[in-house]
Ligand binder design. Sequence first.
Ligand code: PLP
Length: 365
Amino acid sequence: MTPSQWPSWLPLREQLAPMSPYGAPQIDLPVRLNTNENPYSLHNEVTASIASEIEKVLTDLNRYPDRDAVELRSALAQYINQQSGTHFEKDSIWAANGSNEILQSLFLAIGGDALGFLPSYSMHPLIAKITNSTWHDGQRKPDFTLDIESATNHIKEIKPALTFITTPNNPTGTALTLAEISDIARAVGSVGGILVVDEAYAEFSEVPSAVTLIEKFPQIVVVRTMSKAFSFAGARVGYLIAHPAVINAMLLVRLPYHLSALTQAAARAALSQSEHLLKNVSTIRQSRDEVARQLVNLGLSVVPSQANFLLFTGFKRPASEIWRELVDQGILIRDIGISGYLRVTIGTPTENAQFITALTQSIAK
Ligand SMILES: Cc1ncc(COP(=O)(O)O)c(C=O)c1O
């Protein structure tokens, strides 16, 4: 709706009136490679374990769930410690309905001025807006990497309460080294801010996680999700790893009983099977590198990616035309609004082959 289309009796907040609801097109096509989901559904053993955990909580659904999701947070701490050799306990972990809810809680608790480096995850500026924070756009270099000197200068100038970096970055796939993140954290620390490291795609990356920096830099908070590597997007489980003081701040802004007993049980069961679930991660990485080679063989340029998607360019026609022709062939990828570029999520080998075949036809026109 445009501002003039909202009914006059609805006292909507002024800054929301020109906005449209967020959302990638959910077109029901045979090959959906547009929202960076994991293409592999859960293995039978995992679904059996989830069903059995859920069954155990069913008889208690008359009661509210554990408000603080203690068992789940302990299981998440254990997972992170296994992955990154850290020693976190549940007091350093918060869990919510997807990492989007974690991001919203950070804005609710801290708010104020926020800075991010675009193009990046479009929900960061959007949540800033809906929570009444002021968003500042920092930029990336033309190759989508981050100019650390310019980024730290921006931080010192704007003095944001929240600075966002996404690594690997969505939609570019580019990742930051721990040395680069440390430089940014120092600048953020010097202005008394918090550095939010959004690691939604961390498991697909070879670069170590920024959770290993939290002990040294308490101003770093790391946002993770089970939506991608864990094939768990439908369950809605995101989490935060941070200094316990930040977790206490999350307790101030969370809604009571925000995470249902069903979600907590499902997530605990999935985490107990994490090795099983993460087996697909290496397959996806290999497929990513294979699809990148195929795109290059088609004469296209691909941004080096550490995630489960690729941003590519080099078309002789507008990217939106190519996107539409792929849709007509039953393949949904993402036009993320960067002129000349399209983004494709890595699917199963069959889906990837269908995508490459359709794209080959389209760019030959
Ligand atoms: C960088 C980034 N952060 C966070 C999210 C949100 O994930 P979820 O709310 O499913 O945990 C996404 C989803 O695509 C993402 O790309």
